[in-house]
Ligand binder design. Sequence first.
Ligand code: ZN
Length: 104
Amino acid sequence: MLPCMVEKRVIISLMYKEIVVSLADLRYLSIECPICHTKVTLDMKDKSELAKKYAFFTPIECPGCQTKYDTAIPQTIDSFQKSYASLLEIAERISFHGPVEKES
Ligand SMILES: [Zn+2]
């Protein structure tokens, strides 16, 4: 087999190993505490009653060990949720792509 044919086969193979996720299929976001590993899952589509009442989306501290998250995390996730909400109408037309991790 010619070397150029091998190269073409690899490229085609990589194309099939790509993960594609539509924005419409993404709804929940989880944050893991680096200290106690408690995971908080937030509904990006329908904010919780607490989030609506206090006009924030992301908690400022871990509910497991009460350690405050890095201050940039809640602000950045709040901004991400606002962007997500503004794109919901066209969510079917937006997708995320990424490579599949190689098995070792
Ligand atoms: Zn924690």
